[in-house]
Design a protein. Structure first.
Length: 437
């Protein structure tokens, strides 16, 4: 590590081992736009392929630019190691496939982004991996759906679009004695929410969103907390405890700690088996671009959070809006979870229910001028979308309601513009919504 600081403002600039390029003394991280790397000798090559030592083999598996991004992400989350990938969807896919095979199951929160719901409910089902959906309002629902084939629990820290904080500690505490890790997608909560502090074993991110922030590059990541004992209930995690034919029968959960001195079996297998074989690699250029975004993340989040509060307060009092969905306004158990898990502001996602339903939602979107109508969140620009007709349109009406999408729901991702300009544009949309129907 170049720093022992725990402050995110320092870690995004100095986390990991990179200080300068060894050859040129370049301070900025170079883009290593290469497919492959020359081996020093046949012995060196053999050691790399046998995992007797770690090093660069082929950019599908690892790359020096990607490595800097991975180290800084791990440092920021308080994890031990990370794996950068081609997208957030790839990160969620590989995190599950690293533990579950055909005939196995995971238990997931119902409160999910629409693309993740489709991945779990359809694509994984076609691969023979069952995903059972639990309502996270009662964490015990995860236990009720668990059997001897359950390999992981899954949740989103701040699920889009419900924006109810996921009960991280409660679900993690149910799983650990059973040998079941909690995988948490923290795309919407970097820095603001710290899943490893509350017992999560694995964190995933879509780096495309707030971490990148500039809307230019797609990427994802898996971060391993190295805080889960994969050998405690070995029959629960066969892919890590039984001989793996990919590497001459290695048993990852016991071999990796012996080889590297830490319980990094999950992240190493994800890299050298799942990523190697399926190839969802991130490009070094995208990693470089995402590093640029990461360096300003703490500063940008402060402005995102401040703007979102002002926008939500304005919307709460507008007659065209029947409901504002925003963590600051949560009540009851959701309020308690917000206070427990959200430490800095309330994020920059704001949901609104328009009084006149789906036609009002369409009129609202079409009248906006400053906001971009795009399928993204976490951009520096303010964004708006109508999920029922876009991001969640592949779901049935019942599934949409389970994930928090109603016909008149509009999702806002509040950007970095001056709040007066954001609100002025929202007024145009609300005027149009009132006139609709």
């Amino acid at each position: 590590m170049t720093t022992d600081s725990k402050h995110p403002e320092t870690l995004v600039l100095h986390g990991g081992t990179y200080r300068k390029d060894a050859t040129t003394n370049s301070v900025a991280v170079p883009i290593y736009q290469t497919t492959s790397y020359e081996f020093d000798s046949t012995e060196h090559a053999s050691n790399l392929f046998a995992l007797k030592e770690l090093g660069n083999i082929y950019t599908r598996i690892m790359n020096p630019t990607n490595a800097v991004l991975e180290e800084r992400l791990a440092a920021l989350d308080g994890g031990a190691a990370a794996l950068a990938l081609s997208s957030g969807s790839t990160a969620n896919t590989y995190a599950i496939q690293n533990l579950a095979k055909a005939g196995d199951n995971i238990v997931s929160s119902t409160d999910l982004y629409g693309g993740t719901w489709n991945l779990f409910n359809n694509t994984f089902r076609n691969l023979g991996i069952e995903v059972r959906f639990a309502d996270p309002s009662d964490p015990e629902n995860f236990r009720k759906l668990t059997d001897d084939k359950t390999r992981a629990y899954f949740g989103e820290t701040l699920p889009n679009p419900k924006l109810n904080l996921f009960p991280i500690e409660e679900v993690a505490n149910i799983g650990r004695p059973l040998g079941i890790p909690l995988i948490v997608d923290n795309t919407a909560g970097p820095i603001n929410i710290r899943p490893f502090d509350h017992g999560a074993a694995i964190i995933t991110h879509s780096l495309t969103k707030w971490i990148g922030g500039h809307g230019t590059s797609i990427g994802g990541a898996i971060v391993d907390g190295a805080n889960f004992d994969w050998t405690a209930v070995p029959e629960r995690q066969p892919l890590l405890n039984e001989p793996d034919g990919s590497y001459h029968g290695v048993e990852w959960a016991t071999a990796i700690p012996q080889m590297f001195g830490a319980q990094l079996a999950f992240i190493i297998r994800a890299r050298v088996v799942v990523l190697r074989d399926q190839g969802g690699a991130i490009s070094p250029t995208n990693s470089f671009n995402l590093i640029q975004g990461l360096e300003t993340l703490p500063l940008r989040l402060k402005q995102h959070n401040e703007n979102a509060i002002k926008v939500a307060e304005f919307l709460k009092d507008h007659k065209a809006v029947s409901k504002v969905i925003f963590p600051k306004f949560h009540e009851g158990e959701n309020k308690k979870r917000t206070e427990k898990y959200y430490k800095n502001g309330f994020g920059s996602l704001v949901g609104i229910e328009l009084s006149k339903g789906i036609e009002a939602g369409k009129a609202f979107i079409d009248a906006l001028e400053l906001h971009y109508h795009v399928a993204n969140i976490g951009d520096a620009r303010s964004l708006a979308i109508h999920p029922a007709s876009t991001t969640h349109s592949q779901l049935t009406a019942e599934e949409q309601l389970q994930t928090g999408v109603t016909p008149g729901y509009v999702r806002l991702s509040v950007g970095l513009e001056h709040p007066e300009d954001i609100i002025a544009d929202l007024k145009k949309g609300l005027d149009a919504a009132e006139k609709s129907g």
